[in-house]
Ligand binder design. Structure first.
Ligand code: MLT
Length: 303
């Protein structure tokens, strides 16, 4: 008998084509033994009685009702690291866009594209859009999982001084993950020292609104915050105040929350971190392989 799998979101063909003849896709979740999901929220959904496993093609599992799954004995797993490179590249782009007014310059060219004197006026705009360099600046990486470590290593390669904080990793462990990171055990050190602070933690009770009024008050004036992880890690009301006062120079976020996006210091994208062909393929491949392994052998690596 074939095992039925329901895809809640479109998942890359690259992964789906790995399903062997023992599996078939079904449009009806109620007929499925397993679900493949990307970012769709499953919190309000009725979970079918015969559901055995949910494979999340991605890192965060906050779109899945974990307590309900535990109660019903449904195994949940994710694909850690599979999209780390895609997210890292967007974070580095974010850091460069925060330092240089790339977006302002692009907008200016678009607005003036019909002007035949644009090349002469360019001299004036050079001053207007002048930026800074990230080389030599201090970057604080909060969370040294697969993505945090990738970001730390890439930033070190660009000449940044990288500080890392992760309460679940020892100093030795952090050094083994990246010899470029200076590991700190007190988060306040990151807040107080760094010019750029990037978040790479999951959304948990302990991390919700971790960037709030108190944390922001400890930071350097003109700090740049990057949030390509989860929107609720940042308290948007407090961020708005910090942007208004100039405490935060730029807030680079992958969550276009209208509370802050009207501020000139905010550059937001619509959760594009893992939206690359490669990341989508990697996540789909890992999710499908792990799902088949679990359904066939009962063994799980990333639950
Ligand atoms: C993830 O959790 O893997 C990322 O946020 C990307 C995504 O959900 O699309």
């Amino acid at each position: 008998m074939t095992t039925r799998i329901h895809c809640l979101n479109p998942i890359s063909e690259h992964g789906l084509k790995l399903l062997t003849e023992d599996y078939e896709l079904t449009d009806k979740i109620e007929d499925a033994s397993a679900v493949l999901v990307r970012s769709a929220s499953m919190h309000e959904m009725e979970l079918p009685e015969n559901l055995e496993a949910i494979a999340r093609a991605g890192a965060g599992v906050n779109n899945i009702p974990l307590d309900k799954c535990t109660e019903k004995g449904i195994v949940v797993f994710n694909t850690p690291g599979a999209n780390a490179n895609g997210v890292k590249e967007l974070v580095i782009a974010g850091m460069l866009m925060a330092a240089r007014d790339i977006c302002g310059g692009i907008d200016w060219v678009r607005e003036n594209k019909e002007d035949e004197n644009i090349c002469k006026d360019m001299e004036k705009s050079k001053k207007k859009f002048a930026g800074t360099e990230i080389q030599g600046k201090r970057l604080g990486v909060i969370g040294l999982g697969a993505i945090g470590v990738e970001v730390a290593n890439a930033a070190a390669g660009l000449g940044m001084k990288v500080y890392g904080y992760d309460p679940f990793i020892s100093v030795n462990g952090a050094w083994q993950l990246s010899c470029f990171v200076k590991h700190v055990t007190d988060l306040n050190k990151i807040f107080e020292k760094c010019d750029y602070i990037t978040l790479h933690v999951p959304l948990l009770d302990s991390t919700r609104a971790m960037i709030n009024k108190e944390a922001l008050a400890k930071m350097k004036d003109g700090v740049v915050i990057l949030n390509y992880a989860r929107d609720l890690l940042v308290d948007d009301d407090d961020m708005l105040e910090a942007l208004k006062s100039g405490k935060v120079h730029r807030y680079m976020t992958d969550f276009p929350n209208p509370k802050v996006t009207h501020m000139p210091g905010v550059i937001a994208t619509p959760h594009l971190g893992a939206s690359t062909v490669e990341s989508e393929e990697n996540c789909a491949e890992m999710a499908v392989k792990e799902l088949m392994t679990y359904l066939e052998t009962g063994s799980i690596r990333n639950s």
